[in-house]
Design a protein around this ligand. Structure first.
Ligand SMILES: CC(C)(COP(=O)(O)OP(=O)(O)OC[C@H]1O[C@@H](n2cnc3c(N)ncnc32)[C@H](O)[C@@H]1OP(=O)(O)O)[C@@H](O)C(=O)NCCC(=O)NCCS
Length: 160
């Protein structure tokens, strides 16, 4: 995987919105307003992976003290299974760790098998099932991970 990673800038917002619309079903995908709201949260961080001719993926995280939260991770369909999600997550975790985060949480739909497999591969463990979390009808797993210092050694942004 050789997609360059970089922090997002305000000119990316429309492309992030469009990619999110492609990655999630209606009702779960963020509106433009929601996307902007998440990007402006205190402690929010957003990294973008550049692909051939556009944005291959992005991740939004937020943090408060030693707790981090993954808001979303989106990889364009044509770019999947090439390590883009892994690179984005590794870099985002490294940045959260640097900012003092020790534990990270996320929610993912229980029927999203690729995502559940992805999170498990990266050390996230299910701690709860959140009934009717999405659109008052779809369940979500709440997953947690404790960040370890030895991880993220290969993060592309680590030495910036
Ligand atoms: C989940 C998602 C982010 C994964 O991104 P990706 O760039 O394809 O992930 P990677 O290539 O880094 O995959 C790493 C590992 O995760 C697991 N994985 C990823 N996609 C998988 C799939 N479709 N089925 C099974 N395992 C999968 C595999 O173990 C994979 O390693 P491998 O390819 O060596 O077998 C991507 O599928 C996506 O954007 N989906 C739509 C949005 C979404 O569901 N986001 C996550 C919920 S917040």
């Amino acid at each position: 995987m050789d997609a360059g990673l970089r922090p997002y800038n305000s000119e990316d917002v429309e492309a992030l919105y469009q990619l999110d619309q492609q990655c999630y079903p209606p009702g779960i995908a963020y509106s433009r307003r929601e996307m902007k709201w998440y990007l402006r949260l205190p402690g929010a961080d957003c990294l973008v992976a550049e692909g051939d001719g556009g944005i291959a993926g992005f991740i939004i995280t937020e943090r408060e003290h030693d707790l981090g939260h993954i808001v979303t991770l989106d990889v364009a369909e044509a770019q999947r299974r090439r390590g883009v999600g892994t690179a984005l997550l590794g870099a985002a975790e490294a940045r959260m760790m640097e900012a003092g985060v020790r534990r990270v949480s996320l929610e993912t739909a229980t029927d999203n098998a690729p995502a559940v497999a992805f999170w498990k591969k990266h050390g996230y463990r299910t701690v709860a099932v959140l009934k009717n979390y999405y659109m008052d009808k779809l369940d979500a797993y709440e997953m947690h991970k404790v960040l370890m210092k030895s991880e993220n050694r290969n993060s592309k942004l680590e030495n910036r």
